[in-house]
Design a protein around this ligand. Structure first.
Ligand code: ASP
Ligand code: MG
Length: 414
């Protein structure tokens, strides 16, 4: 007997029938002898609908009221799921974030969890109840409702699992696990049996939407084993853990990609010590996130800096640069949109030289020009034309042998 935290995402609780299905999955764990805490998201597209509703009132809603509004989505689900469990004669109780003791920093719309006061949840578990907790929300020290950022229910689940010293945390979703790449784009994509925390962190940050990056961070810090699995199919999912035993021979384990990238080039900047910190400090102060950065000196006194941004941030980026022309002292700005980022990820890269070279060779063979590159110990990212993105992903998937990952037999399991 142990404590298990189960998390069910929006699609998995998208209708009354789906909620009844979730109740059955929860009851199976209870009948196997476990104490169960369930974390749920808002039903289906509820959060998006609430955002649209706010936009019909104002184009600039205050962040506090936005959190007040968005947190209602999860509150609907916890009540309905608890009713579904009680309907099947199981004792259960639903808690909002603050009732479950989830304390966050006092930042709206993207707060981090600081502490979880688990006594109330623990007490309910001791009383033999199934505890249903609203994901994505908490309370700040000033007593205001906060939210954890879109997709943040994963983080609620992992943080609760860590605070409760749970045996494991299962993330139930509408896919059956973590794939070598997006199976909707590359049909030969394979489900991975396991991925390391670091690989998953890279994949999540590179836009593999299956897990909230902060949830992976928590899991890594607390060594909490996670499993991503389907709420419908009864088969093993993907385990995320420290040491990955299977598929060890795979140097590259996943390929992530993201379109709608723009490269901005600022030319004729003074070649001075503070140039880099001034330009990126100015962008950061205005809340703009840049990704890959390349600098090259053009002559003794001048330097050019290129960086990539999400295309949706281009307008703001150009405006900030133009408004600060006197400070930054550049000569001109160019930009190129219609780009995409394609990345390969795998822990095996640390000890295998030449993986980046292999990647560049594959892209060159496909006549794909690489416009920017960045690397970490376990990742190589390239920026290419958006029109070549799928071709790049397919070619890399092939040449790094990812289609050969053996699909585990769809074992029927709890
Ligand atoms: N309901 C929130 C969202 O749609 C949180 C979550 O689903 O994890 O982003
Ligand atoms: Mg999600």
């Amino acid at each position: 007997m142990g404590i298990i935290v189960q998390k069910f995402g929006g699609t998995s609780v998208g209708s009354p029938d789906r909620i009844k299905n979730v109740a059955n999955r929860v009851i199976q764990e209870v009948e196997a002898g476990n104490q169960v805490v369930v974390v749920v998201s808002a039903m289906g597209k509820t959060t998006d609908q609430l955002v649209s509703l706010a936009n019909e009132i104002t184009s600039s809603p205050s962040k506090r009221e936005m959190d007040m509004l968005l947190s209602t989505g999860e509150q609907i689900t916890i009540a309905l799921l608890s009713m579904a469990l009680q309907e099947q004669r199981h004792e259960s109780v639903s808690y909002t974030g603050w009732q479950a003791g989830i304390e966050t920093e006092a930042i709206h719309s993207n707060a981090r969890i600081e502490n979880i006061e688990v006594s109330r949840v623990n007490e309910s578990l001791k009383e033999g109840k199934i505890v249903v907790v609203a994901g994505f929300q908490g309370i700040s020290s000033s007593g205001d409702i906060t939210t954890l950022g879109r997709g943040g229910s994963d983080t609620t689940a992992v943080a609760l699992a860590a605070a409760l010293n749970a045996d494991k945390c299962d993330i139930y979703t509408d896919v059956t696990g973590v794939y070598t790449t997006d199976p909707r784009v590359v049909p030969s994509a394979r489900k991975l049996h396991s991925v390391s925390y670091d690989e998953m962190l890279e994949l999540a940050n590179l836009g593999a939407g299956v897990l909230h990056p902060r949830a992976v961070e928590f899991a890594k810090n607390f060594e909490m084993p996670l499993e991503v699995r389907s709420s419908i199919e009864l088969e093993n999912g993907t385990v995320i853990e420290e040491e990955v035993s299977m598929e060890k021979n795979l140097v590259v384990r996943g390929i992530a990609f993201e379109d709608q990238i723009t490269r901005v080039t600022v030319s004729g900047l003074p070649n001075e010590l503070h140039t880099l910190s001034t330009i990126f400090g100015t962008l950061a102060k205005n809340g703009l996130n840049v990704d890959i950065i390349i600098q090259n000196q053009t002559d003794e006194n001048h330097t050019n800096i290129s960086f990539s941004v999400k295309t949706q941030d281009l307008r703001d980026t150009l405006a900030v640069l133009e408004n600060n022309k006197d400070l930054l002292k550049y000569e001109s700005i160019q930009h190129e949109d219609g780009l995409a980022k394609v990345s390969i990820v795998g822990s095996g890269m640390v000890s295998n030289p030449g993986v980046a070279a292999d990647m560049f060779q594959v892209l060159a063979q496909e006549n794909i020009e690489v416009k920017m590159v960045s690397t970490s110990e376990i990742k190589v990212s390239t920026v290419v034309d958006q029109a070549s993105m799928v071709c790049a992903v397919e070619a890399l998937h092939d040449s790094f042998n990812l289609a050969a990952v053996e699909e585990e037999k769809a074992k029927v399991r709890l």
